[in-house]
Design a protein around this ligand. Structure first.
Ligand SMILES: [Zn+2]
Length: 368
């Protein structure tokens, strides 16, 4: 048997990138897809040929072996052998290549059982820090595909409702039995006989539903939650797809989040720093009062234990870290100026940084 060169099959050259390879395969797979070429043996062969070429060229290891040894390198050795004998194996392995073009009934068909899964839906949810802190339940309207109650079906007569076609061929090794997905009903075992105007070819309609989504405390920007079976229904029964929820974090006007810890920049006046004071700081749930000791320095970090967010895994609470900044006024009156001039030579006002922790020690302290 003379096998065509894999690059030739996909119509690409050896310098093609993995993206080019995928695109070339996708184009051919759609062109020769059994849904568009019912009962066309030639198309089926082309479809299998492209799948085989893609199987090899999309895998770095197999591609390297093929580039070096050609088809000789592909037989045996635990590598890729004679290609796909079964169409459903192709769908099982390359189903994602079709995206939503052919719906989920075919693309994600499992070769063993006739279980189909609907496609996933994706949404974004924006949460405030308070909602992230407490966990939230959101009720959201979502449009999903559901079976149209007016659509009528009949059992596929081609496969007798099994969704599979079994063929027996006589070969030199004796009889060989192969099973493939029924092209006529796309493996569902059912054929749509009448449907309402809004239904698609699989007898599905888009319906808006209110879905309740529970979000655990401690989620963060970019996290994806999966709500099982709240995506599109699969045509002709099966399992609905999932609803994938992407978390977005609303920034807080005053607090900055860092993992489970929160940071706040507190500004105090020079007199308050000198004589000590009580200050109010924002927390996730309202204000908190803290005592600032006399002689506090700019850059000091005060830790409010357990005033941070919950850790999503352990549930342990983080801290609120208050960064002290002593505010230096940029305009003062004559009397104030006189006071500071008088104090400028006083030894109490002279910096004594040797007694202070260094910047690095403070940072270290912050992370302990
Ligand atoms: Zn059928």
């Amino acid at each position: 048997m003379n096998k065509r060169d894999y690059y030739e099959v996909l119509g690409i050259n050896k310098s093609a990138t993995s993206k080019d390879i995928k695109q070339a395969y996708r184009k051919l797979a759609i062109k020769y897809h059994p849904d568009r070429n019912e009962g066309n043996k030639n198309a089926e062969e082309k479809f299998k040929e492209a799948a085989e070429a893609y199987e090899v060229l999309s895998n770095a290891e197999k591609k390297a072996r093929y580039d070096q040894f050609g088809h000789q390198g592909m037989a045996g050795g635990g590598g890729f052998g004679g290609g796909f004998s079964n169409m459903s194996d192709i769908f099982e392995q390359h189903g994602d290549i079709f995206g939503d073009i052919f719906g989920s009934a075919f693309g994600r068909q499992s070769s063993g059982r006739r279980v189909t899964k609907g496609s996933n839906l994706r949404i974004r949810i924006k949460l405030s820090l308070k909602e992230i802190h407490e966990g939230a339940v959101k009720k959201i309207k979502i449009k999903r595909l559901v079976p149209d109650p007016e659509t009528k079906f009949k059992t596929c007569s081609y496969c007798n409702g099994t969704g599979k076609i079994t063929k027996v061929a006589n070969t030199i090794l004796g009889q060989m039995q192969t099973t493939s997905v029924c092209h006529y009903c796309q493996g569902s075992g059912k054929i749509v006989t009448s449907k309402s105007r809004n239904a698609n070819s699989n007898g599905m309609i888009s319906k808006e539903e209110l879905t309740e989504i529970s979000i655990p405390a401690g989620v963060s920007e970019g996290m994806q939650l999966k709500v099982r079976e709240k995506g599109n229904h699969a045509p002709f029964g099966g399992i609905p797809g999932d609803l994938l929820v992407l978390i977005e974090e609303e920034s807080h006007p005053e607090l900055v989040r860092e993992g489970k810890n929160l940071h706040f920049d507190l500004y105090i006046s020079i007199p308050d720093a000198v004589i000590g004071c009580q200050a109010e700081v924002p927390t996730i749930n309202g204000k908190a009062k803290i005592n600032i000791q006399s002689g506090v320095q700019s850059g000091k970090i005060l830790r409010l234990k357990s005033k941070g967010l919950s850790d999503i895994e352990s549930g342990l609470k983080g801290d609120l870290l208050v960064h002290i900044n002593v505010w230096t006024p940029n305009s003062i009156n004559k009397e104030q100026k006189k006071f500071f001039v008088e104090q400028s030579n006083a030894k109490e006002f002279r910096p004594q940084p040797k007694n202070q922790k260094s910047f690095f020690e403070k940072v270290k302290e912050m992370f302990n």
